[in-house]
Design a protein around this ligand. Structure first.
Ligand SMILES: [Fe+2]
Ligand SMILES: [Fe+2]
Length: 284
């Protein structure tokens, strides 16, 4: 991408807020499903510190970005990730009150990210950010694309926060990647970093989810636990097309826009923030 101009895309920071009044969420807020409720809580626990790390690793290179379009997108990316972190911290506080170990997950992520800041070179950190942004875009576009994934979420405020976050992850999915290319990041480092991320990310989520479940009395009901695990096997998030979407990143020459989400984004922008959008009342 070095030397080529960056195609225009809108990455705007929405001023938005969500609220979770006491009693508005069931203990197992993902449609009563035990394991999915814990997985979503773990992911939400990982986001704020993870997104702070993404912001630091991109911001460090902001001075080297000269393309005016990419500069604009970097500002939008930072604004969106700052807002995601803030809103997920609010959700995590609520989940903590409901008995989820979101503070432990947050401390763990903080430790991991601060160690990464100190130990690894900056280009590698940017490659980690691009890899994890591919993960978030993959999960986000699965949620936006598949009605059965949306159906899992039910109708509460967690659904709203996740749909908004998913829309913005897809909107800015190329930004960290394009910064990485612009500052001369190699294909070899990019792909090797994704291999390492693949080896670490899923096991980390699995272990944290197991710890989270261990603190929930409902998980000691074997029938309930096994039923929930069985449902997970047929989850729309764990399908072959998801695996292919993740793996596409390992092809030399891959770009996030190779997985076209233009129409999907247009549809969801109207759905959430159009004149009759379901989240217009959340905008400040
Ligand atoms: Fe985000
Ligand atoms: Fe992101």
């Amino acid at each position: 991408m070095t030397g080529k101009s960056i195609p225009a895309r809108t990455v705007r920071t929405r001023r938005i807020a969500f609220s979770y009044p006491t009693g508005s969420l069931d203990r197992h807020y993902v449609q009563g499903d035990l394991v999915m409720s814990h997985i979503v809580a773990v992911l939400s626990g990982l986001f704020p510190e993870g997104e702070d790390f993404f912001i630091r690793s991109v911001r460090r290179y902001a001075d080297q970005v000269t393309d005016p379009e990419l500069k604009k997108q970097v500002s939008g990316f930072i604004g969106q990730e700052v807002t995601h972190g803030r809103e997920h911290r609010a959700l995590n506080d609520r989940l903590h009150d409901m008995g989820y170990p979101t503070r432990m997950v947050d401390r763990f992520t903080h430790y991991l990210m601060i160690r990464s800041d100190r130990l690894f070179r900056q280009k590698f950190q940017l490659a980690v950010t691009a890899a994890l942004e591919h993960y978030t875009a993959t999960i986000a576009e699965c949620l936006l694309r598949k009605p059965e994934a949306q159906a899992l979420l039910g109708e509460n405020e967690v659904r709203s926060v996740l749909l908004w976050h998913a829309l913005e992850e897809s909107e800015h999915k190329t930004v960290a990647f394009d910064v990485y290319r612009t500052v001369g990041g190699s294909e070899r480092l990019r792909i090797n970093t994704m291999r390492l991320t693949n080896a670490l990310f899923v096991p980390i989520v699995v272990v944290l989810t197991a710890i989270s479940l261990a603190g929930d009395r409902a998980a000691y009901n074997p029938v309930r636990l096994l039923r929930s695990l069985a449902r997970l096997r047929h989850s729309p998030f764990l399908t072959r097309d998801m695996l292919e979407h993740v793996r596409a990143y390992n092809r030399v020459g891959f770009h996030p826009d190779d997985i076209d989400a233009t129409e999907l984004l247009e549809r969801w922008k109207v759905e959430l923030f159009g004149a009759e959008g379901s989240l217009v009342d959340h905008l400040k």
